[in-house]
Design a binder for this molecule. Structure first.
Ligand SMILES: Nc1ncnc2c1ncn2[C@@H]1O[C@H](COP(=O)(O)OP(=O)(O)OP(=O)(O)O)[C@@H](O)[C@H]1O
Ligand SMILES: [Mg+2]
Length: 290
C-alpha cells in the first residue's frame, strides 16, 4: 500500500510530487525483509546520522542533507548530538557554536545567518527550511557556501542597507558547516528544474535518507523507540499503558492522520490524561474520517 501521495502546489508545478512507482517498488523490497532485518537497518541509519552529525560538528564534514518522513526523529537526533557536544559552551555561558534555524527564510536572511556562523567549528542547521532549497538566489548562496574547493567565499552582489546596518560584509569566507533537514525526498522529485537544483546541492553534501516509507517500518521503529525509553518520563503511564499506546497505533495504522513518533506523544498524552476514554478521544482527534 502506498504511504505517500502525489501533491501539487497551487501553481501546478511540483514541490512534493513523489514518484509513487518508486515507493511501490520499495514496499515490495521491504515486504521481503524480516522484522529483525528492518530494525537493524533502521538502527544502523540512525547510528550513521549520529556519527555524521558528530563529524559535521568536528568540521570533518562540511555539509549534510538529512531526508526522511515527518516525525521519525531527524531533528531530535541531530539536536541531541549538537547539544551534547556544546555542553562546555553552555556551562561557560558562552554563545553556542551552533544554531538550528526553522521555517521560512529569505535569501538575505540566509546570507546573514551563514556570516554569523562562518567561523571554523560552527554549525548551522536548516531544519524544515525548504524555501531555501527551492529558491534560486538562496540556492546559489548555498552552492558557494558548500563548494568543494578548499576555500569557500560567498558574495552578496547588490548594495543592501540591511547588511550594512548589521555590519555584514558583501563578501566573506564561510569556514563553518551546515546541515539541512527536510521531508523532501530528493530522488523522488519529478520536476526537472527542481531536480537540477537539488542535484547541485546534493553533489556538494553528504546525503542520508532515513528511508521509512512503509507503515511496517514506521510501526517497528515506533516500538523500538518506545522500548528504548521514549515515554519513560511520564509518571502517569505504566508499562502496560505504554504498550497499549503502541498497540493502538499499530491496530489503527491505516486510519491515523500520521504514523510517527509525534503521534505516539499525542496518544500518550490522551492515555495519561483520560484513562477511561482515551481511545474515543484518539479516534476523534487523531484519525481521519472513515
Ligand atoms: N530517540 C528518541 N527518543 C525519544 N523521543 C524521540 C526520539 N526521536 C524522536 N523523538 C521525539 O519524537 C518527536 C518527533 O521527532 P522529530 O521532531 O525529531 O521528528 P522529525 O523527523 O524532525 O519530523 P519533521 O520532519 O516533521 O520535522 C519529537 O517530539 C521528539 O522529541
Ligand atoms: Mg524536524
Amino acid at each position: 500500500m502506498a504511504t505517500a501521495k502525489s501533491s501539487k502546489s497551487s501553481k501546478g508545478s511540483t514541490v512534493l510530487e513523489f514518484d509513487t512507482d518508486a515507493i511501490r517498488r520499495r514496499e515490495k523490497e521491504v515486504a521481503r525483509e524480516t522484522d529483525e532485518q528492518i530494525l537493524t537497518r533502521l538502527q544502523e541509519r540512525f547510528d550513521i546520522l549520529t556519527d555524521m552529525t558528530k563529524a559535521v560538528k568536528a568540521g570533518d564534514i562540511r555539509a549534510m542533507i538529512v531526508s526522511g518522513p515527518p516525525g521519525v526523529g531527524k531533528s531530535h537526533n541531530v539536536e541531541a548530538v549538537l547539544q551534547k557536544d556544546d555542553l562546555f559552551n553552555k556551562l561557560a555561558e558562552r554563545k553556542p557554536k551552533f544554531e538550528i534555524v526553522k521555517g521560512a527564510m529569505s535569501a538575505i536572511g540566509l546570507y546573514g545567518k551563514l556570516f554569523e556562523y562562518s567561523a571554523k567549528g560552527n554549525v548551522v542547521v536548516f531544519d524544515d527550511c525548504d524555501s531555501i532549497l527551492l529558491e534560486d538566489l538562496s540556492l546559489n548562496i548555498l552552492k558557494g557556501a558548500l563548494d568543494s574547493s578548499r576555500r569557500r567565499f560567498i558574495s552578496w552582489n547588490t548594495d543592501s542597507r540591511i547588511l550594512r546596518s548589521e555590519g555584514i560584509p558583501n563578501r566573506f569566507e564561510f569556514c563553518g558547516s551546515a546541515i539541512f533537514i527536510t521531508n523532501i525526498k530528493f530522488e523522488h522529485i519529478k520536476s526537472k528544474k527542481l531536480r537540477d537544483h537539488l542535484d547541485a546541492l546534493e553533489s556538494r553534501c553528504h546525503y542520508i535518507d532515513l528511508q521509512m516509507d512503509t507503515n511496517r517500518e514506521k510501526i517497528l521503529r515506533i516500538r523500538q523507540i518506545v522500548r528504548g525509553g521514549m515515554l519513560d518520563d511520564r509518571d502517569n503511564l505504566s508499562d502496560i499503558a505504554k504498550d497499549e499506546v503502541v498497540d493502538f497505533i499499530a491496530d489503527n495504522q491505516d486510519r491515523l492522520r500520521e504514523l510517527s513518533l509525534r503521534m505516539v506523544l499525542k496518544i500518550a498524552d490522551l492515555r495519561g490524561g483520560f484513562p477511561l476514554n482515551w481511545q474515543a478521544m484518539a479516534r476523534t482527534t487523531c484519525m481521519r474520517r472513515a
